[in-house]
Write a new protein. Structure first.
Length: 366
């Protein structure tokens, strides 16, 4: 909306020039998102409490999480409202012939919306039946949505300077073309990222704080890769149009900072699948669009560790008949060992911040 005002009325009102700058619109998107969540969340907490839209605690966690039973869930609805509103106000939906394409920004926003709807559906079923969609149906829905996104990416090949099917590696200038295999790779990145963040969302503020550091780093990286000047200086692949993604990411950052106000220990509200799944999918699609899919393994290291702990636990139990961890994912393992929840969360935040800083540093180490 603001960019539309700039394009159409800047000749009459020169102060509108400020809306052409991505940095200003990113700041504005983050501010709008932050204030929206701060305003809406207390009201949604009351509504969810009255209508019993609350968390059901797993029988495996009754001893450590019993006091959390009845905490309002589906706080991701508030995050979604804030992110979508901020993007509509600050995003670029119009462009001149000389502009870079706007499709990367639109792909991010559409990804967020469709995965938020799938997460909402799962949370709604869980609310009505006491348990969410069966794992097979849940994965089938995510797979279907991801296939559609991958098809969209395939059709958007023209918007990538070095070709859509290439991947770059940290610490090197090398670029590898995977050909058609790349689309299977994209599928795994989006599905893996969505579920890894969902798995991480098991302690008060754990996923929220980790997302904040991950998204903060992605804002810096996306802005660099979307700038021919900075990308050329650092010898990273330049991708036209991805700098606009910083507005989408800033909207997420603002929303998560505000949500942490209410989600920190002891949490007043949880984000639910409607929050964690679209946020994870968004991180995955952004890494694809900025051509830093491999770097996501470092940048989202906390999410990778959480997901791997579940995979290791399943393999260990299925093939060897015993559990590798006391309970998976790994944050619950530490709980079982007697580590206080707040200490686990803060330590994971520290790891996430360090990994985010290291990921940014790798852009220079080439």
């Amino acid at each position: 909306m603001l960019y539309y005002l700039y394009l159409n009325f800047v000749d009459s009102y020169t102060f509108l020039n400020i809306f052409q700058y991505i940095t200003f619109r990113s700041f504005l998107a983050g501010s709008i998102s932050f204030l929206t969540v701060m305003f809406l969340t207390p009201r949604f907490i009351k509504i969810f409490t009255v209508n019993k839209v609350t968390e059901n605690i797993s029988q495996f966690l009754e001893t450590t999480h019993k006091q959390k039973s009845g905490t309002p869930n589906m706080g991701g609805i508030v995050i979604a409202i804030a992110v979508i509103l901020s993007c509509l106000v600050c995003g670029k939906f119009y462009k001149s012939l000389s502009d870079y394409p706007i499709y990367p920004f639109l792909i991010c926003l559409i990804t967020y919306i469709v995965f938020a709807l799938s997460g909402f559906f799962d949370d709604y079923i869980k609310l009505k039946n006491g348990s969410g969609l069966p794992l097979f149906k849940k994965l089938f829905l995510q797979i279907l949505l991801t296939i559609i996104l991958v098809i969209v990416l395939y059709q958007s090949n023209i918007f990538f300077s070095q070709g859509l099917t290439t991947i770059s590696f940290p610490f090197t200038k090398a670029v590898l073309d995977l050909g058609l295999i790349y689309f299977i790779f994209c599928f795994l990145v989006i599905i893996g990222s969505a579920n890894a963040v969902n798995i991480t969302d098991g302690l008060d503020g754990l996923a929220t704080g980790s997302i904040i550091s991950t998204v903060s780093a992605l804002i810096v990286i996306a802005y660099i890769i979307g700038s021919p000047l900075y990308a050329g200086y650092l010898y990273v692949p330049f991708v036209g149009g991805v700098a606009e993604i910083t507005i989408f990411l800033s909207a997420i950052l603002g929303a998560m900072l505000a949500f942490l106000w209410f989600n920190s220990n002891p949490a007043q509200i949880f984000m639910g699948d409607v929050g964690s799944i679209p946020l994870g999918a968004s991180i995955g699609i952004v890494s694809i669009l900025i051509k830093q899919e491999i770097l996501l393994l470092i940048l989202g290291g906390v999410f990778v560790i959480e997901a791997l702990s579940v995979i290791i636990q399943i393999i260990s139990f299925r093939f060897f008949g015993k559990r590798f961890f006391l309970i998976a994912p790994i944050h619950h393992h530490f709980e079982k060992k007697g580590v206080v929840e707040s200490k686990i969360v803060i330590r994971f935040w520290i790891i996430s911040i360090l990994l985010a800083l290291f990921a940014i540093a790798t852009l220079k180490i080439r």
